[in-house]
Design a protein around this ligand. Structure first.
Ligand code: FES
Length: 131
């Protein structure tokens, strides 16, 4: 069963969903993991406060890219308030495989970029993994 879940992650890594550039995003934010240099940019198109479209791009390890790809699928059609409520546990559950402490930052990089973008970097209450 675990193999199936690993396949799921690998599939998202090799065929990332919603990957690419967005022409005129309403929200766009980019940040990296300073420890490894991986970078992710997430762009959102909103309509009436709801995520109508999302794109991401960047470079990173399999876990960071796959988790961001999965995250983009999770947030399409959600309101910004709902997006703000997505927490660390929900993100980790969506990956289906156990994530050890050393890969936690990888698994949460996309969520961190998304939250900073959605809250606005100055309003953001803090990193998910710190809570
Ligand atoms: Fe850089 Fe995973 S090794 S985010």
């Amino acid at each position: 069963m675990m193999n199936l879940y690993r396949e799921f992650i690998l599939d998202h890594y090799k065929n990332p969903r919603n990957y690419g550039e967005m022409e005129t995003p309403d929200i766009q934010y980019q940040e990296g993991n300073p420890l490894c240099g991986d970078e992710i940019q997430i762009a959102l198109k909103l309509k009436d406060g709801v995520v109508e479209d999302v794109k991401f791009k960047g470079h990173g390890c399999a876990i960071s890219m796959a988790s961001t790809s999965i995250l983009t699928e999770m947030i399409k059609g959600k309101s910004l308030d709902e997006v703000k409520k997505i927490g660390k546990d929900e993100m980790l559950q969506a990956l289906y495989i156990p994530i050890g402490p050393t890969r936690l930052k990888c698994a949460l990089l996309g969520l961190k970029v998304l939250k900073a973008g959605v809250y606005g970097i100055h309003e953001w209450p803090g990193e998910e993994e710190d809570k």
